[in-house]
Design a protein around this ligand. Sequence first.
Ligand SMILES: Cc1cc2nc3c(=O)[nH]c(=O)nc-3n(C[C@H](O)[C@H](O)[C@H](O)COP(=O)(O)O)c2cc1C
Length: 360
Amino acid sequence: MSKLFDPIQIRELTIPNRVWMSPMCTYSAPVGTGMPTDFHQAHYAARAAGGVGLVMVEATGVSPVAPISPVDLGLWADEQVEPFSRITAAIRAGGAVPAVQLAHAGRKASTSAPWEGGDYVAPENNGWETIGPSALAFPGLPAPHELTISEIAEVVQQFADAAVRADKAGFDVVEIHAAHGYLLHNFLSPISNKRTDAYGGPLENRARIVLEVIEAIRQVWPAEKPVFMRISTTDWVEENPHDDRDSWTLEQSKQLALWAAAHGVDLIDASSGGLDVVPIPRERNYQTAKAAELRANTNVLVAAVGRIDDAETAHDLIESDQADAVFLGRPLLKDPSWANHAALSLGATPRYVRQYDYVL
Ligand SMILES: Cc1cc2nc3c(=O)[nH]c(=O)nc-3n(C[C@H](O)[C@H](O)[C@H](O)COP(=O)(O)O)c2cc1C
């Protein structure tokens, strides 16, 4: 048996196992619409029927300037709710919990799909001017517009409004994307945040917008449903002896996790990096050790992610209490039924939908 395939209850929600689909952009919405299509539905339904406990729908923009690319999904308008409700129904029909990652790409927004180069897309080509805490550019992209205090309040409200739409569309979990060098991470990291007002400087100021987003979402999101938050546990700068910049670190992540939990976040999805172009280790478990340390030091539920490529690694992370759940990305692109195959190899019971179960 394997605890990996035991259910986990968070608030009133029971998630049938601890193998979860990590959010992955598919760059497949019609340009500028944020609208899910038949492709998204088939893509997410296949992973749900393949046995994962939870499907985290890809980064979904909270405003028209929030997507990473003009072909990302969005929940900034009411007409986007109905096509999302078809996705949640398809995920549920496959036996998994539907979840969505609410995102603002900040200074890394308005870029083309990776297979088209991932370069900046100018306003005249369906792109837009990006925003950030400070007018500091990510390498290769234009400097963002520095948000005013009232514009920060608008962003906070946009996260809450998107959460209302996510609830209407039938999602059981929302995840706040505060990782990978996108807007909220830009506020957290002293590399990208040089503000001198209440949103910059000491950690409690850099974390302010994140805590405001959590609070605003918790005011509108049903109390029985969980809120997750993805963070980068490190900028991978303090680990580099040749880089002495002040950066976002695991120690600050621990404090943020505690504050986030006190404000209503139920689980930290512990990723890393993305704020700057710096060397990052890529070996197996390269960032799950940080997830484990976060979990051990905070007593907050933590999901690990990143190069968890085989069933034994996933099993070990859960059995050894290094993580409460695992998010898988690329392995699920290769094999939509990764979870059921892992269950079989670990001697656990696969979670086939009843349409398959009676013959398999
Ligand atoms: C194609 C692709 C798209 C991704 N899009 C997102 C995203 O929308 N939001 C996010 O937080 N991470 C995103 N990621 C990161 C994954 O969620 C995951 O953290 C990463 O791929 C490491 O896990 P893996 O080794 O299992 O793939 C993406 C990764 C890939 C490969």
